[in-house]
Design a protein around this ligand. Structure first.
Ligand code: G3P
Length: 217
């Protein structure tokens, strides 16, 4: 399963990249605005830090300009994945960019029907936003399960990229439901490694070692 970081902050990405556990990065206009600085330079820096899919989203809302922006983004680095909204125009742009050999991530997916359309458009990734569904009382993880079933049933190659992750349980649930990838806010990435019993157990091991008068190996 691919684990991506859901941020455009290069220092935050670099710190987590040092673990070797980060397979890629997703950004969106809100995250890029939060990170500040030059958008293109920021993406270049991310591509130099992580050797994997880096999603960068178009701003245009019509297919013609989405395609032009997508090609501009792709010129930054070969690992850039063109992120397109799941709209009529976004899917048109997805089909054209896919046919032209560009990887795509169709984002803002909230239903099985939308996921079917994204797969038909040849999307490399589809991003169901599970947190935002939960926020309005729906079942985000249920959507991941349903899309998995749909894609397996019909042999679609589109990767399911669980997004809008609010908790560690969302990552666990996405993994168990068969998502191919999950994009994780940095705080949750860190939380996935930490456990109080691990910390307490390690403290006890090291105390016992020191109490026995032993030093570094
Ligand atoms: O990758 C999309 C994701 O960033 C959206 O998350 O927390 O704004 O719903 P959120």
């Amino acid at each position: 399963m691919m684990l991506f970081l859901d941020t455009a902050e290069t220092d935050v990405i670099a710190e987590r990249a040092s673990t070797g556990l980060v397979d890629g990065v997703t950004t969106n206009p809100s995250l890029a605005a939060k990170a500040g600085g030059d958008f293109f330079e920021g993406l270049k820096a991310i591509c130099e830090t992580i050797d994997g899919p880096i999603s960068a989203e178009v701003i245009a809302t019509d297919a013609h300009n989405m395609i032009a922006e997508g090609k501009k983004l792709r010129a930054i680095h070969d690992n850039i994945v063109v992120k397109l909204p799941l709209t009529f125009e976004g899917l048109k742009a997805c089909r054209a960019l896919t046919d032209d050999g560009h990887p795509t991530n169709v984002t803002l997916c909230f239903s099985v029907a939308q996921a079917l359309m994204a797969a038909k458009a040849g999307a490399t990734f589809v991003s169901p936003f599970i947190g935002r569904l939960d926020d309005q009382g729906e079942d985000g993880l249920g959507l991941i399960e349903d899309i998995r079933m749909l894609y397996d049933e019909h042999g679609f190659a589109t990767y399911i990229l669980a997004a809008s992750i609010r908790s560690m349980e969302h990552v666990e649930g996405s993994a168990l439901a068969g998502a191919d990838a999950c994009t994780i806010p940095p705080k949750i990435f860190d939380a996935m490694i930490q456990h109080d019993l691990t910390d307490n157990g390690l403290d006890a091991f090291l105390k016992d070692w020191a109490n026995a008068g032993k030093g570094a190996l």
